[in-house]
Write a protein that binds this ligand. Structure first.
Ligand SMILES: Nc1nc2c(ncn2[C@@H]2O[C@H](COP(=O)(O)OP(=O)(O)OP(=O)(O)O)[C@@H](O)[C@H]2O)c(=O)[nH]1
Ligand SMILES: [Mg+2]
Length: 183
């Protein structure tokens, strides 16, 4: 992370083992900082940024431009969980169909950001995720107000305790428990 970012001492346990992907300006860096308890300027991400605990923030260009697909694939290879970030005020799905089927064992978690914006439409954003094959639960968040962050952080912490081998079975059970908490 650039700038004067530092660790917020108030955050005791930080989730790990995930990568954030999504369109340019969808809110990945703001979400990563909020989840990790980091502070600092939210600057446009120029290249993959590696944080502690195997957390990776990617630039939106990684999913938006074909030239970067190899960079995306190389960046996410050792990360079990992908947070696909969809801004609540957009209905454009940035990830090309089939790209992530290269790694069929990875878990994809749909996160809706910027729900504080006046033009946010959470239902429409959920529909975009669903139409593009991302399974529930979806997490509605705002890095500005903090809405939804504790629930998402808790979910990611729980995922971190699971081994990848039984991740899918655990996900199936856990989905029941998160109905009602998530978007
Ligand atoms: N209102 C509001 N603004 C947000 C939120 N999250 C991010 N933003 C703003 O949206 C802009 C883009 O946020 P980033 O976190 O830089 O987006 P990004 O997905 O990392 O963008 P790239 O690095 O270019 O791919 C910044 O001005 C943020 O301050 C949010 O939850 N609410
Ligand atoms: Mg960024």
């Amino acid at each position: 992370m650039r700038g004067d970012t530092h660790i917020n001492d108030c955050v005791e346990r930080r989730p790990g083992n995930f990568v954030l992907v999504g369109a340019v300006s969808s809110g990945k860096t703001a979400l990563a900082q909020a989840l990790l308890g980091l502070t600092g300027d939210i600057l446009k991400t120029q290249a993959a940024e590696f944080h502690h605990n195997n957390v990776i923030d990617t630039p939106g260009e990684f999913v938006g431009r074909r030239n970067y697909y190899n960079a995306l694939l190389a960046t996410i290879v050792d990360v079990p969980t992908i947070l696909y970030v969809q801004a609540a005020n957009t209905t454009f799905f940035a990830m090309p169909a089939g790209l992530l089927s290269v790694y069929p064992d990875k878990r994809i978690v749909g996160v809706i950001t910027k729900i504080d914006l006046p033009d946010a439409d959470i239902d429409a954003a959920c529909q975009v995720l669903q139409d593009n094959g991302i399974a529930e639960p979806y997490f509605a968040t705002s890095a500005k107000t903090g809405f939804g962050l504790p629930t998402l952080r808790r979910y990611l912490l729980e995922l971190g305790n699971d081994s990848m081998r039984d991740a899918r079975a655990v996900d199936q059970r856990r989905r029941q428990g998160y109905e009602g908490n998530a978007a």
